[in-house]
Design a protein around this ligand. Sequence first.
Ligand code: OFO
Length: 173
Amino acid sequence: MISPKIATSLNQQVQLEAESSQIYLAMASWAEVEGYNGIADFLFKHSDEERIHMLKLIKFINERGGHGIIPALPQPAQKYKGIRPLFEQVLNHEIHVSEEINKLVDICLKEKDYTTHNFLQWYVSEQIEEEALARRVIDKLKLIGDDKGGLYLFDRDIVTIEVSLKSEKGGRG
Ligand code: OFO
């Protein structure tokens, strides 16, 4: 059984994951309309992943005797200044999410809720990956600079950035 304090904190995280999903969905839709189909697919997929992160939390709260609350969500921005500012926003958002996960972990330790603490370790690892991925994407965009041809190839190849990051991780064991 989770305490009301833990349930409230986990529900705040439900809201943040739902907001992440909405933000990436808005980014994906903008990218698609702007003709960046590869970037749009990448962001649509990330929006789906955030929804899964949210669902995982809701299921956990309910299984532990709490009530996963479905939040109202603010409307995300509909337009972005460009691909690089968009991914800088992704990185800043993920850094914020990581900070919130760390706060949650801290609350669990203070409350001596080791079950929830254990459950949250999955999110801790996930955040390391999400931040690394956003940084990798921004590094590529810095290399490309204002080169339109480079951006065209980046849009075509963005899917491989995630695959190469995962295989490097796998390679390190
Ligand atoms: Fe849920 O990992 Fe991003 O926000």
